[in-house]
Design a protein around this ligand. Structure first.
Ligand SMILES: [Fe+2]
Length: 270
């Protein structure tokens, strides 16, 4: 794999994701959900152009879900005893990716909604981030970070290219696959350390395909770290950042974490 580094001090795994790369976070069974044990973040990137990220999950919470350890032909990075990151550089053909990229861009420009966050009495526009949910049937409702978004039907290329492959990887029926599309207008868009623990969604695996406006001029940085490797546990210290002090559920970052993160940012060469 082109780019995976491990900071031995903070035990932060950094990945550099090129256009068309698929990455997944996984744990073998639902009780061992990776979201209990690891967190991830998207640091700001010093690159050019927009980024598009299509994240796939399953709303199957019972029954025969494939054990991710049985997936072959993938680069696997172990994060904890039970949690891994999987990276596919060629899960889809270049032709499939180009068709998909164009369709997803058109779809989110046409049907995406502004990902506005209301917090502490203020409204944040997240630097113009747009989101769109997709499922087999329209009307699927996704609740996250205090927001509810209603989904549309899978766009044609998602239905024919992405869903069959993801249904196979997840080991579920296509009707149980759900997609979350995010458009980042600039490379400054970032997400701080968080897990994706959400109700009603099987947390054993999340897969994500990255698309870049200028594949030659950029990449998507992505970092993963065990909650246990935060100096006093994720979100468990008194010395909180302003976000944590003000009670944001999803941020457990502390002052030391922010310092670590700034050091990590300097190290990521894209
Ligand atoms: Fe996330």
């Amino acid at each position: 794999m082109k780019a995976h580094t491990l900071n031995p001090k903070t035990k932060t795994h950094s990945f550099v994701l090129d256009d068309g790369v698929t990455i997944a976070m996984a744990s073998p069974t639902q009780p061992n959900s990776f979201q209990k044990d690891i967190v991830h973040r998207v640091p700001p990137a010093r690159t050019e152009g927009w980024r598009l990220n299509f994240t796939v999950r399953t709303i199957e919470t019972e029954g025969a879900i494939r054990d991710p350890s049985t997936i072959e032909n993938v680069h696997r990075v172990k994060i904890t005893e039970t949690c891994s990151v999987l990276v596919w550089e060629t899960l889809f053909s270049r032709e499939e990716l180009e068709t998909l990229k164009k369709e997803l861009l058109d779809t989110i420009r046409g049907s995406g909604v502004a990902d506005v966050t209301k917090m502490w009495g203020k409204t944040f526009d997240n630097k113009g981030r747009r989101v769109l949910e997709m499922a087999e049937k329209p009307g699927f409702k996704y609740h996250y970070a205090g927001k509810t978004v209603t989904g549309i039907e899978f766009s044609p290329c998602v239905q024919t290219i992405v869903v069959p492959k993801m249904a196979e990887i997840f080991g579920v029926h296509a009707s149980k696959i759900w997609g979350h599309l995010v458009f980042y207008p600039t490379s400054e868009c970032k997400l701080d350390w968080h897990d994706d623990g959400e109700d009603g969604i099987n947390p054993h695996m999340i897969a994500s395909i990255t698309f870049l406006e200028f594949p030659q001029k950029g990449a998507r940085p992505f970092q993963v770290r065990a909650k246990a490797d935060f100096p006093s546990g994720f979100g468990g210290r008194k010395s909180k950042t302003s976000a944590a002090k003000k009670g944001t559920k999803r941020s457990g970052a502390t002052v030391e974490d922010v310092k670590d993160a700034k050091r990590e940012d300097k190290k990521i060469k894209l």
